[in-house]
Design a protein. Structure first.
Length: 425
């Protein structure tokens, strides 16, 4: 019985199923509407909305896992021992450039209490003024004509952040380079995914990406040094390519009249994961564990296992419950009108269309900015504004949370303009 259930449906079965679609469809069996909450029915009856939600949720979780380490970057840096004040304790190395330039914006206090010897390239702090250095120190018996003990300090190491990770430090370079690595991998995989999707279909590809990504997200809990931190972020970045499957799959399921809205909503709500993860990883997972006595080094490692488990569960669920197209479990490239097998030379043909080139530059500019913000904002707020971890991650999350409505509006606008002007060029 189970084997019979897994067989490719016969034409007679397909005809019966098409008459029972939960969504209104066109002559190609693509949905002409996007009823978000119409999720009931079997896979034969409702392949469109299953594909929509599967592509959206998997992409959302992929973004959540992709940027899960971003709000935790300073805590991971502390575990690796690369914070400037770990490598160069202020008591032994008081003249480190990162210290001399440090200002605590929360309190307004400077590490160099009386200024630096050079504003742009300091080599030391200014000495304590003679009148203060020679004045008596205040005590219980002397309260006038004296100065407080901390006024006689040339250096004030207590104003430094728990993890100094400002520009010019190894910590800053490691975090920045790891962010670049995580983006570099997704660019490569996204380009390659076009051919893979045509060969294996969206369900298999998305399941593979989620399981592969889940492995590396789980392995992030074993980070011990900059090299494996960068390597793991590189491989986690492959999960960012789920965006391509997200768009390809929705295009197979939705008609031209609604596909802009479907694609934009699926992608936008997927991108939402980049904002949610800033809050989820820090305020929902890491901080509650830390506040209940779990060491910070352990808390962030345990927190990384949560998105890893979600990756695997989602991948398996997609494989079991979804189809590639409205009427077939497996995708056939003939559905798209192509008569040849997928080839790498297809990319050359695609790039001959100037509209494609224009969209490449347009998308790289807007999405590149989003990736940079998701990677750096929380760390930036904690490093340069000394914000507490919860506030910094929440504020950073607000940037990604705009995807809740921004992309959908773009898709709706695109559908309207397409109906009026077509796709010119």
């Amino acid at each position: 019985t189970c084997r019979a259930c897994m067989r490719t449906p016969t034409p007679e079965h397909l005809q019966a199923a098409m008459s029972e679609f939960k969504c209104a469809v066109d002559q190609n069996n693509k949905s002409t509407e996007l009823p978000l909450w119409r999720i009931g029915g079997s896979v034969q009856q409702n392949p469109h909305m299953r594909a929509f939600w599967a592509s959206t949720i998997s992409f959302f979780l992929a973004f959540l896992g992709w940027f899960a380490l971003a709000p935790l970057a300073l805590d991971v840096a502390s575990s690796m021992g690369i914070c400037e004040n770990q490598k160069f304790p202020p008591a032994d190395w008081p003249k480190q450039a990162a210290y001399l330039k440090f200002k605590n914006l929360a309190s307004g206090e400077l590490y160099c209490q009386y200024g630096k010897d050079d504003e742009k390239k300091p080599t030391d702090c200014n000495d304590v003024p003679t009148d203060i250095a020679t004045a008596p120190t205040c005590s219980e018996t002397m309260t006038t004509g004296c100065v407080e003990a901390d006024q006689k300090l040339k250096y004030r190491p207590l104003v430094l952040a728990d993890c100094v990770c400002t520009g010019g430090t190894e910590c800053k370079d490691v975090i920045a380079n790891a962010g670049v690595a995580s983006v570099a991998s997704t660019i490569f995989v996204r380009v390659a995914l076009g051919t893979l999707l045509e060969r294996f279909g969206p369900v298999n590809v998305q399941t593979g990406l989620m399981c592969f990504g889940g492995f590396w997200v789980a392995l992030a809990g074993a980070i011990t040094a900059p090299w494996n931190y960068t390597l793991i972020r590189f491989f986690i970045g492959c999960a960012g390519a789920t965006f391509v499957t997200n768009q390809f799959w929705c295009s197979l399921m939705f008609a031209p009249s609604i596909v802009g809205t479907a694609n934009a909503t699926a992608a936008g709500w997927g991108n939402l994961g980049g904002g949610v993860t800033q809050i989820f990883m820090m305020s929902v997972l890491f901080l509650p564990m830390k506040n209940n006595g779990v060491p910070a080094d352990t808390a962030w490692r345990v927190a990384m296992q949560v998105p890893a488990v979600l990756f695997i569960l989602t991948g398996v669920t997609m494989k079991l419950l979804c189809w590639d197209t409205p009427t077939a479990k497996r995708f056939d490239v003939l559905v798209t009108g192509k008569t040849q097998k997928p080839s790498l030379f297809d990319y050359v043909e695609v790039l001959k269309d100037p509209r494609v080139v224009v969209m490449i530059f347009q998308y790289s500019a807007c999405f590149g900015t989003e990736l940079a913000m998701n990677n750096q904002l929380a760390t930036h707020f904690r490093t340069y504004f000394q914000m507490d971890a919860a506030s910094a991650s929440t504020l950073a999350g607000c940037f990604g949370l705009m995807n809740l409505f921004a992309r959908s509006l773009g898709g709706i606008t695109s559908d309207i303009l397409f109906r009026k002007f077509g796709f010119r060029g």
